[in-house]
Write a protein that binds this ligand. Structure first.
Ligand SMILES: O=c1ccn([C@@H]2O[C@H](COP(=O)(O)O)[C@@H](O)[C@H]2O)c(=O)[nH]1
Length: 242
């Protein structure tokens, strides 16, 4: 269950990543989200370092390019033995299908299981106003996220990244047999920062999130372990951490 509370390792380097891993009490039964900041600094080696600490890995690089380039990049990522990878759904159906093909090829060649492919719908930092005025989208946020999630499903993705505010609707429109990964998670008194579409862990769970991602409220806390446990308790509700 704690594996479905993913901690974003948004830290500058390997030293900080290993410190965070230690503060969390090691990686057994936990998932580390490795994003652009850490991966661009340390590369694939840091993924292996965290795997050796026992973490499952969500490699969140949000690929967005022509289908051929994405397919070949995904082939390489599949060789790392990571559990989840991301693409932008807005890259279109052919790009999403190419991503899936690349993962399957990489898995076949390496003999490792294919990572789950998650398509980012609208980033949780996007508001209705940004969608309309800057992205010139004719749909509202709910409709736009629905369309992108349906596209991701049709292209063979395993799930989507969306905000908690859309999850219940997506269960109705896209179905229950899909992975709904939700960032933009905050407790009531936390700083929201650049996030717009936010919810507590308990609300995300009640609305149907398969897993949540928590970054700054844990990785910038002065007491990482306590912050992690508070988020986990809210996510798990009455269940207790083992
Ligand atoms: O729509 C999205 C997609 C990905 N993210 C990532 O999740 C974490 C959230 O970090 P916080 O510090 O808890 O805000 C971060 O790594 C993002 O890259 C997202 O927030 N929204």
């Amino acid at each position: 269950m704690s594996q479905s509370l993913m901690v974003a390792f948004d830290v500058p380097d390997k030293k900080a990543a290993l410190k965070l891993a230690e503060e969390l009490g090691g990686g057994q039964g936990k998932t580390a989200k490795v994003g652009m900041e850490l991966y661009y600094k340390e590369g694939a080696a840091v993924v292996q370092d965290l795997q050796e600490q026992g973490f499952a890995i969500f490699l969140d690089l949000k690929l967005f390019d022509i289908p051929n380039t994405v397919q070949k990049a995904m082939l390489q990522l599949a060789r790392l033995g990571v559990d989840f990878v991301t693409v932008h759904a807005m890259g279109g159906k052919k790009m999403l299908q190419a991503a899936k093909r690349g993962l399957e090829q990489g898995a076949l060649e390496s003999g490792l299981p294919a990572p789950k492919l998650l398509a980012v719908t609208e980033l949780t930092s996007i508001s209705e106003a940004i969608l309309k005025d800057e992205q010139n989208c004719r749909l509202n946020l709910k409709e736009q996220v629905e369309q992108l999630a349906l596209l991701a499903k049709a292209a063979g993705c395993d799930g989507v990244v969306c905000s908690a505010l859309e999850v219940a609707d997506l269960h109705q429109v896209v179905g229950d047999d899909f992975f709904y990964l939700v960032p933009g998670i905050r407790m009531a008194n936390d700083q929201v920062g650049d996030q717009v579409r936010v919810a507590t862990p308990a609300k995300a769970k009640a609305w149907g999130a398969s897993a949540i991602v928590v970054g700054r409220p844990i990785n910038q806390s002065t007491d990482v372990k306590t912050a992690y446990q508070a988020y986990l308790a809210d996510w798990q509700g009455s269940e207790q951490e083992k």
